[in-house]
Write a protein that binds this ligand. Structure first.
Ligand code: ADP
Ligand code: MG
Length: 468
């Protein structure tokens, strides 16, 4: 499969050379993705054998997946990256679900302030949600499933230590602590009648929610602010659990795949990725995530764009003396949003008018040539294609490891990239063709929108059932 790139007809020789060079840096050949896939499988084995691997392979203590017949009402909480979601979820059996939910924006000051303030804010949001809901279910404590989308080392379904923050969070006093305890303390202090019954990673939640609808799905994946995947593993394959007794043959494993190849053994990292990484709050960490997810793609594009501006290859023909051009926005870290990449990739107008409107209205670049806009579109395509191909490579590795190539399998995917980024799914599929061949058709990819909330409630239900 070839991935279509925009033709830049009127570029001059220097521009051509630069575009060719950048294209080469971002391209992943079929051989390269095969190598990455193999390394991914090796790293999965290592992560299952010992703690502390960069591909962490964290046991979730969630025994397999639901049948779709379960019933009951539970609360769920989802701290995703951009928003905090509080939901009340009623399972009606027959794969049917009723959801009431509310979103609360997590302010930057809370992400990087004291952890206690962050958890107090969460408890207050739950309290507000319950008040708005009225007290339909206020007999005794409500069980809550907590989706916490950061790397946590779990030791039970309701116990887990935060390893480190990702995705722009850096609240102090949380790393090394049990996040269930932090939340329960805040709830108790504020007299909110809620028991935190289960802690699940959002990928685990996505998988659980998906399996309530599509039983026996193999994987849950996030392609949003960050990226990660969880899958159903045989307990006996999780060697680092030792001879730990577990009530099921299966356990869901949270891979924390954002940290895959932090050692940079196979991933081809460009200058532009390195700049992003160095300027990020977690340098040398989450390298795979930084090449794939929504938080980062815009910034990589910005790095390429400013490199071309600095090389005098972009916005060159503009007469600055008389123009309205200002680089203020484009100079700013995170000033180029991943949503712009989506809109630019979707821009099929011959003059790239929509791209022009982003340049003008969002970036205050009031003048550009068609060639400038074509170059910018090419940059977005290269970054978008690379992201989808790398995500596909991770998926193919898990499918191969679980020997599901021949039999086929279902994968539930949540996140803005998968839902809205143009061609993302098609590019994943194209990459499957290269990695898996004719069996690629047996892999079903489904949108599992906001599944993590429902999944957390399912985990709370499973935990409450075990307590009885
Ligand atoms: P999460 O639930 O992990 O917080 P979401 O799935 O809501 O993440 O995605 C939010 C991310 O998606 C942000 O990083 C944002 O930059 C990016 N984003 C927002 N709109 C778009 C879009 N139209 N196309 C691609 N990415 C987008
Ligand atoms: Mg989400």
């Amino acid at each position: 499969m070839s991935f279509h790139l925009i033709d830049i007809k009127d570029a001059n020789e220097l521009q051509r050379a630069a575009i060719l060079d950048i294209t080469r840096q971002f391209e992943l050949t079929t051989k390269k993705i095969h190598d990455i896939k193999q390394h991914f499988i090796n790293e999965m084995h290592k992560g299952l054998e010992k703690h502390g691997n960069s591909l962490a392979m964290i046991p979730s203590y969630v025994p397999g997946t639901p049948t779709g017949k379960e019933i009951g009402t539970f609360l769920a909480l989802d701290l995703g990256g951009t928003n905090l979601r509080v939901c009340q979820i009623t399972f009606l059996g027959g794969s049917e679900i009723k959801i009431k939910q509310q979103k609360y924006k997590v302010l930057e000051s809370l992400k990087t302030g004291e952890a206690r303030a962050l958890f107090d804010f969460i408890a207050e949001s739950i309290d507000r949600f319950l008040t708005d809901l009225g007290d339909e279910h206020n007999d005794g404590k409500l069980d809550l499933g907590f989706t916490f989308s950061f790397p946590v080392e779990q030791t039970a379904i309701n116990k887990g230590t935060l390893l480190h923050w990702t995705k722009g969070f850096a609240a102090t006093g949380a790393v090394g602590k049990d996040v269930v305890e932090l939340l329960q303390d805040s709830l108790n202090r504020k007299n909110v009648p809620v028991r935190v019954a289960a802690l699940v990673n959002d990928t685990v939640g996505t998988l659980l929610a998906y399996t309530y609808i599509i039983p026996n799905a193999l994987m849950g994946v996030i392609l949003g602010t960050g990226t990660n995947g969880a899958y159903v593993e045989k307990v006996k394959a999780i060697k680092k659990l030792g001879n730990f007794h577990f009530n099921s043959e299966d356990m869901i494993v949270n891979m924390e795949w954002g940290g895959f190849d932090n050692e940079r053994k196979v991933l081809p990292i460009t200058l532009f990725d390195n700049k992003l990484d160095r300027e990020s709050i977690n340098p040398r960490a989450q390298i795979f995530e930084k090449l794939i997810s929504g938080m980062y793609l815009g910034e990589i594009a910005r790095n390429v764009i400013i490199h071309l501006i600095d090389s005098d290859l972009l916005f060159k023909e503009i007469h600055f003396q008389f123009s309205n051009i200002t680089y203020q926005r484009i100079n700013q870290q995170w000033g180029f949003e991943t949503a712009y990449l989506s809109r630019i990739e979707a821009d099929l107008t011959p003059n790239l008018d929509n791209t022009n409107s982003i340049l003008k209205n969002d970036l205050n670049v009031y003048e550009s040539s068609l060639t400038d806009r074509q170059i910018i579109k090419r940059i977005c395509q290269l970054i978008g294609i690379r992201a989808a191909r790398l995500a596909a490579t991770g998926l193919a590795a898990v499918i191969t490891h679980r020997k599901a190539v021949e039999s086929g399998c279902s994968i539930g995917i949540d996140g803005t990239l998968f839902e809205f980024y143009p061609h993302f799914e098609q590019r994943i599929r194209g990459t499957f063709d290269e990695l898996i061949g004719s069996n690629a058709d047996k892999i079903a990819l489904g949108l599992a929108r906001d599944g993590s909330g429902v999944g957390a409630a399912i985990a709370a239900m499973m935990a409450a059932k075990n307590r009885e």
